[in-house]
Design a protein around this ligand. Structure first.
Ligand code: IFM
Length: 798
């Protein structure tokens, strides 16, 4: 079943059937003023914090899911029939109600046609602003005049703290009230008290309209909806009039009714504004929108802002679904995860008040090729969240105060964040991230930049990285591999404080390889000699973790092996196999055998499962994934982020066909016509897909905010498409399906334009034979930066 299509031209996903298997969402604004909106206008907004700045309600996990939202009701005042500008909440029969939802880059447009009336509502947050705009146009397509009422509606939270608002009703229902002033509902919270309460943001909110005078309003939700009714049939809409109610000790809402007549062909245009401001600012904001040209200008600005970022890397391959994701949606999702972290979605309800170290350092990787300067700011930030012992702060508070933070060694940090100790892998993610940044930009001097540590003191980036190595080296387990500490990448795997993780060992191997190169460049001979020696030792140690055709997952504190082929359950794990290859530690023979084993044993129609068989009867105490059903999440689900690593591993081995096969299996766009199986948005990766032992094999979960976005992006850009920047140029080494005869890439690199045209008439899956740069034959597949002109054409023959 298909619910919509990709519009490559506009970079929109257009939903043509509104009864999607799940709410399909988009992001507006930024965490300064953030809004999430579904294809049925469901969703919520917040100021600065999903936890403490919640402005409008959303009822997570409700049976009538995806409510409430940003509603526009339209009523025919003659026939008394009514509907909504998004299909829900009224939910007219789809026989008579046509709708299209255009999710674009930071805007969403709902178009509906019903009873010869067309409505179009454009929702967005102007660039850099902290309020939202809903521009609504209603057009009479009839041959006679139509007498209409339009209701704009929001349900305010009573308390900006989302949890308080949801559960502490003996308090929150008695702290808020609404007023009506000059075309707007104003809501106040704790109005008798000047200062903010409980750290909550936004004591004043408004919902106003320009373009028509409000005829009636409601500020009390119960009055607007009516007893024993719902958003499908609010009494105010059904009855044709709001009651001019105001909330005092109940639930606040903003309902603004506009009443007008449209001649045949005539359009009425209005704009609703919502934000956390009092009367004065709200009035000024509304006045600034009296000229609707501002809206067009702001929308153009938004599109230019986003499209110019995305246009830095564009592809045209024979696989249209791949193109959609690379050119727009995977790239856009990378920015969303980069900016929003795990702050707010329909599953992340806004309780996180900090950045996870590993997640954030990984998220950066997804945007380096698109906006390296933005990536740099966040890399600096994350280095400033590294403790002077080299470890990363497991949770970096949103109000992180570099140089002054407590660490997991301090009970206060543990009490405040709930993170009991360091995690073995956190700081090791810095290596690929810093490497990618330096290689994309050539900014090798970044290694000499001085950055503070989280808990005080400062050092160069090079020294920060040395300390990260040191952190692992000082915490080796009995077999010489890094101890898993609280956990490694896998949140559900506790092998004991001194238990050892092969995944982290491969990460450390990779990290030392990267740093060794820089040590040599810097003539830091003593350190390079040290790393060379440690690399050899670790290599040998990891050889002991090889069992014929696979690497084990680790060794518990008590010496028992996890992920041995002899185990009755979880006897093959995906990540150690892919990371053995990515790290460069596996021999060629091991790499091929391990990848073959994954392909034979873990591969499914929707990607490779994380481990197999899932734990059921034979789990150990630290195998927390047992909590999940079989084939779900870490218990043998198809963990989507790990698909990125297996794609990359296959691509690095030159196995283009397999790399792309894995990609297609987890590509949301590839499932556009099987949306009833996948359920999540066909334009955004989710955290995991249910594995082969689930009755719902192929169903995806936890939309949008996932490390999958950046990991799959890197796998595609560096792996499949073979864009592998180095400090002094661009190495080109694609691993593609052998049936691609040609494909194109345009890339901005070091402020130069590269137009690359690939020729693969002989049907190879990897290997570049020759490259012509601006007509000149290069000596191999490396494009030196000094040969680049402002605009460059590359003809690349495989
Ligand atoms: O690596 C973690 C991530 O930090 C949070 N989501 C789950 C992943 C795997 O456990």
């Amino acid at each position: 079943m298909n619910y919509g299509y990709f519009d490559e031209q506009t970079k929109e996903y257009v939903i043509t059937r509104p009864d999607t298997p799940a709410p399909w969402a988009n992001y507006l604004g930024s965490p300064e003023y953030g809004a999430i909106i579904s294809n049925n206008a469901g969703g919520y907004s917040f100021v600065k914090s999903g936890a403490n700045g919640r402005l409008i309600r959303y009822r997570f996990n409700a049976i009538h899911s995806d409510q409430p939202g940003r509603y526009i009701y339209i009523r025919d005042d003659e026939s008394k029939d009514f509907w909504s500008g998004s299909w829900q909440p009224v939910g007219k029969s789809l026989e008579t109600y046509e709708s299209r939802c255009h999710h674009g880059t930071a805007y969403t447009k709902m178009v509906a046609r019903y009873a010869k009336i067309t409505s179009e509502t454009l929702y967005y947050v102007p660039l850099g602003k902290t309020y939202e705009v809903w521009r609504t146009r209603i057009t009479n397509q009839d041959t006679k005049p139509r007498h209409l009422s339009l209701f704009g509606y929001v349900e305010f939270t009573n308390d900006s703290n989302y949890e308080q608002d949801s559960v502490n009703l003996q308090y929150t229902q008695f702290i808020t009230r609404t007023y009506f002033k000059k075309n707007k509902i104003l809501q106040t919270i704790n109005e008798n008290v000047k200062e903010q309460i409980n750290g909550s943001n936004a004591k004043e909110r408004f919902f106003g309209v320009v373009g028509e005078t409000v005829s009636h309003y409601d500020g009390d939700r119960e009055v607007f909806v009516g007893r024993y009714r719902s958003y499908a049939n609010p009494i105010a809409v059904e009855g044709g009039t709001c009651s001019d109610s105001l909330n005092f000790n109940g639930n606040s809402c903003g309902a603004l009714q506009l009443t007008f007549t449209l001649a045949p062909g005539e359009t009425k245009e209005v704009a609703f504004l919502l934000g956390a401001y009092g009367d004065e600012v709200a009035s000024q904001l509304l006045a600034s929108y009296e000229n609707f040209e501002l809206i067009q200008k702001e929308i153009e600005e938004l599109k230019n802002y986003w499209h110019s970022k995305l246009n830095r890397f564009q592809i045209k391959t024979p696989d249209v679904a791949f193109n959609h994701m690379m050119n727009t949606w995977n790239a856009y999702q990378c920015f969303i995860t980069f900016i929003w972290s795990r702050a707010a979605s329909f599953q992340y309800c806004g309780l996180r008040n900090g950045y996870g170290y590993r997640d954030t350092v990984q998220d950066i990787q997804g945007i380096i090729h698109l906006e390296p300067d933005l990536a740099l700011e966040k890399i600096r930030f994350m280095l400033s969240a590294q403790v002077d012992n080299g470890g990363g702060l497991p949770l970096v508070k949103f109000n992180h105060h570099a140089g002054h933070e407590n660490t997991p060694d301090d009970p206060s940090y543990v009490a405040e964040t709930g993170h009991p100790s360091y995690r073995a892998d956190d700081a090791l993610w810095l290596f690929p991230t810093v490497l990618k940044y330096i290689n994309e930009t050539g900014h090798i001097d970044f290694l000499d930049e001085v950055i503070v540590f989280a808990n005080g003191g400062e050092a160069t980036v090079y020294e920060h990285l040395k300390r990260a190595i040191d952190f692992s080296m000082k915490r080796l387990g009995a077999h010489g591999m890094p101890a898993g500490l609280h956990a490694d990448w896998n949140d559900c795997l506790r092998m004991g404080k001194k238990g050892e993780s092969t995944f982290v060992a491969f990460q450390l191997y990779y990290a030392m390889t990267i740093l060794n190169k820089w040590a040599k460049d810097k003539q830091d001979i003593t350190y390079s000699t040290y790393l060379t020696k440690q690399l050899a030792i670790l290599h040998e140690t990891l050889q002991n973790c090889w069992e014929d055709d696979q690497f084990i997952r680790g060794i518990k504190e008590n010496g028992e092996v996890v992920g041995s082929k002899k185990d009755p359950e979880a006897n093959l794990w995906l990540n150690p196999q892919s990371w053995a290859v990515i790290s460069g530690c596996a021999t060629k023979e091991q790499a091929q055998k391990a990848l073959d084993k994954v392909y034979q044993k873990l591969n499914t129609p929707y990607g490779a499962v994380l481990l197999d068989p899932p734990y059921k009867e034979h789990a150990f105490d630290g195998a927390l994934m047992l909590l999940f059903n079989a084939s779900t999440k870490e218990n043998g689900g198809i963990f989507s982020q790990s698909q990125g690593w297996i794609i990359l591993a296959e691509a690095l081995m030159g196995n283009g066909n397999r790399a792309f096969e894995y990609y297609q299996k987890c590509n949301p766009a590839q499932m556009n016509d099987q949306a009833d199986i996948r359920q999540l948005e066909p334009y955004a990766h989710g955290q995991f897909i249910e594995g082969k032992r689930s009755p719902f094999h192929g169903r995806a979960h936890v939309h949008w905010l996932t490390g999958t976005a950046s990991t799959v992006m890197v796998a595609c850009v560096e792996g499949i498409l073979g864009m592998r920047p180095q400090v002094d140029g661009l190495l080109i080494s694609p691993s593609i399906p052998s049936d691609w005869k040609t494909f194109d890439i345009t890339k901005t690199f070091r402020n130069k334009q590269l137009s690359m045209h690939f020729h693969n008439e002989e049907g190879h899956e990897s290997g570049v034979q020759k490259i012509f740069l601006n007509g000149q034959l290069l000596k191999d597949n490396f494009v030196p930066v000094h040969l680049l002109e402002a605009e460059n054409t590359l003809e690349i023959y495989m």
